[in-house]
Design a protein around this ligand. Structure first.
Ligand SMILES: Nc1ncnc2c1ncn2[C@@H]1O[C@H](COP(=O)(O)OP(=O)(O)OP(=O)(O)O)[C@@H](O)[C@H]1O
Length: 576
């Protein structure tokens, strides 16, 4: 059961308490028919009123005690199951947080959502059911069987003969049902993926007027889920009545034989009533066991899917050394990399360069040429296959991830702001930042103007339910959040794409004067953004096709000249 043992150990006291109460409750249930048989045979038939009162009183008392047991057991089992699910979800979430990007790419986002929600709920139902009925059903089954053998072995034999047939039907139920439930959960993943994709791209969908296509795609995924659910439920709806049919036929045979034995005077009426009662409990318990198998089949499918998350062994491979002091240099030495979930073609190939503290490296190239990949490798979101990336001469694979990432701040292509105030977002960059530091970082990123223009200043809410920011404003807050960390390396991945040229150069000037020792990696599509960098790396389909200053590249790199020509115009002699 892999990871489950841990949760069992954590909650075993309450778990066992629920099971002990369940046992007592079952014992109370099993005693009832026995008392009733004595009430009828020794009380009613012999007109012994005292005996009737005594047995009746005992039966009432047992019912009351049973109800108290059932009440407390339900509270315990629901609490333990909810706690178990909470712990499981929390551990799974932190496991996912430790996933490498490679592992992230191997599970779809929707699938991770289903695993964290629906699959955990199935496990919660299973754990709750275990304490509510799972133990009770086999106990009632064995107890009733034992009592039927005590009351009349001939009738008990009929019951015992039917058990293998029922067990076989249950086995078939599990064999056929399990893959169907697994398929159902996978279809749920697809529906979640569709919804996520639609919600994150809702603007694009609306602007392209492609709601109908999205609806069709959603209907497809939802239809598949409905089809798979129906198939799984159909199996359940076939086997449950089949088992009930076999059991009810058995009851009819018992009643017929019981009647015959009674007419011969071999069975007392109270005995026969108790027999039928035990039989009903027995049949009910078998029915419950059938349902347990249904819950088990679903839980087994969910358990495996959760286990896949826990047993994913990739993880982020941490280094052991601390990166101390200011980063003096950043270098790539013959670095090549292809994405594990990609087409197999190298995203970057044989890339080498060095930048020193205080310098700015511009990276330019057409879309898909590998610019963001350079940043991804530097942050160790992925690990390069060949070559070495080093900071201050240390291989980044040997540096602790926390130490490495503390030195770097990245402003991604698409700015992500979290729901909350401007201040919350800034504190996310540096948790102990003062208002003064926040304001300074915002003004460096040229964001203080529009923050101050709002009456609530730093307390202005952004994100869901808050101020609606333009793309450029989001980029600037995202940049300020990176700057407040005072990183040694700042990665700007097309971070000025939505900012006008004047604002961009103002921000760049203040960055230069503010962080003299910082290494800036500036990824851009616009040549004007990188022209003034100390070094410019030109990429084409993952290959390096130029490294130098603007002037050097105009003279030496055909690809750079081509970019210049397409964005600015013919290269004149003065430009070189
Ligand atoms: N997570 C990923 N899984 C698989 N392949 C990927 C992944 N990310 C990028 N790629 C592929 O790697 C190559 C380089 O991508 P990269 O994002 O580095 O390009 P880029 O130059 O930054 O492009 P853009 O300017 O459009 O952002 C592309 O062919 C891309 O399809």
């Amino acid at each position: 059961m892999g990871y489950l043992g841990k949760y069992f150990r954590r909650h075993y006291r309450m778990f066992f308490l629920a099971i002990i109460i369940l046992m007592l409750e079952t014992a109370a249930d099993l005693t009832q028919p026995y008392l009733m048989s004595s009430l009828v045979d020794d009380g009613v038939l012999k007109s012994d009123l005292m005996h009737i009162y005594r047995q009746g009183g005992l039966m009432l008392m047992l019912t009351a005690i049973g109800a108290v047991f059932a009440f407390s057991r339900n509270i315990i089992s629901n609490t333990v199951a909810a706690e178990f699910a909470k712990d499981l979800r929390r551990d799974m979430f932190s496991k996912i947080q430790g996933f490498s990007m490679e592992e992230m790419d191997s599970f779809s986002r929707g699938s991770l959502v289903t695993r964290l929600t629906s699959d955990v709920t199935q496990m919660q139902n299973f754990a709750g059911g275990m304490m509510r009925i799972f133990v009770k059903a086999p106990m009632i089954f064995l107890g009733s069987l034992f009592m039927t053998w005590r009351l009349d072995p001939r009738l008990a034999m009929v019951v015992t003969a039917v058990i293998p047939i029922v067990v076989f039907l249950m086995y078939l139920n599990v064999r056929i049902g399990y893959p169907l439930f697994r398929r159902m959960q996978t279809s749920l993943d697809t529906v979640n993926d569709r919804v996520r994709e639609y919600l994150s791209g809702v603007r694009v969908v609306k602007s392209y007027g492609s709601e109908a296509a999205e609806s069709r795609a959603f209907d497809g995924a939802s239809g598949k889920l409905a089809y798979d659910s129906e198939a799984a439920m159909r199996t359940m709806s076939f086997f449950s009545p089949m088992i009930a049919l076999v059991l009810n036929l058995t009851l009819a045979v018992i009643l017929y034989l019981g009647g015959m034995f009674h007419s011969k005077g071999e069975v007392m009426p109270g005995q026969l009533m108790a027999m039928v009662n035990y039989m009903t409990q027995l049949l009910f318990s078998i029915h419950m066991i059938g349902n347990i198998f249904n819950v088990f089949v679903r839980a087994k499918a969910s358990h495996e899917r959760i286990d896949e998350v826990f047993s994913s062994t990739g993880g982020e491979k941490d280094g052991e050394s601390e990166l101390k002091g200011q980063v003096s240099s950043l270098s790539f030495d013959k670095v090549s990399f292809s994405y594990p979930e990609g087409s197999g073609i190298c995203a970057i190939q044989d890339i080498s360069f060095t930048v020193r503290s205080g310098e700015t490296l511009g990276i330019i190239g057409s879309t898909g040429s590998g610019k963001t990949t350079v940043a991804n490798l530097l942050l160790r979101l992925y690990d390069s296959e060949d070559g070495t990336i080093s900071l201050s001469g240390m291989d980044i694979k040997s540096i602790r991830l926390s130490s490495l990432r503390r030195k770097i701040a990245a402003v991604p292509q698409r700015p992500v702001l979290f729901s909350g105030t401007v201040r919350d977002n800034m504190l996310w960059g540096k948790s102990d930042a003062t208002d003064e530091e926040i304001r300074k970082a915002l003004s460096l990123a040229d964001a203080i103007g529009f923050v101050d223009s709002s009456s609530e200043g730093l307390d202005t809410r952004v994100g869901r339910g808050g101020m609606t920011l333009s793309g450029g404003q989001k980029q600037r807050i995202s940049l300020a959040r990176a700057l407040i960390r005072r990183p040694d390396i700042l990665i700007l991945d097309d971070s000025f794409s939505k900012v006008d040229a004047v604002t961009e150069s103002r921000i760049r000037e203040s960055l230069k004067s503010e962080a003299e020792d910082m290494i800036t990696v500036l990824i851009a599509q616009k040549i004007t953004s990188v022209m003034n960098c100390d070094k410019i790396l030109v990429l084409d389909k993952g290959r390096l096709c130029g490294l130098g200053t603007h002037k050097e590249l105009l003279a030496e790199s055909m690809e750079y000249r081509e970019i210049y020509r397409s964005q600015i115009g013919e290269v004149e002699d003065g430009a070189r």
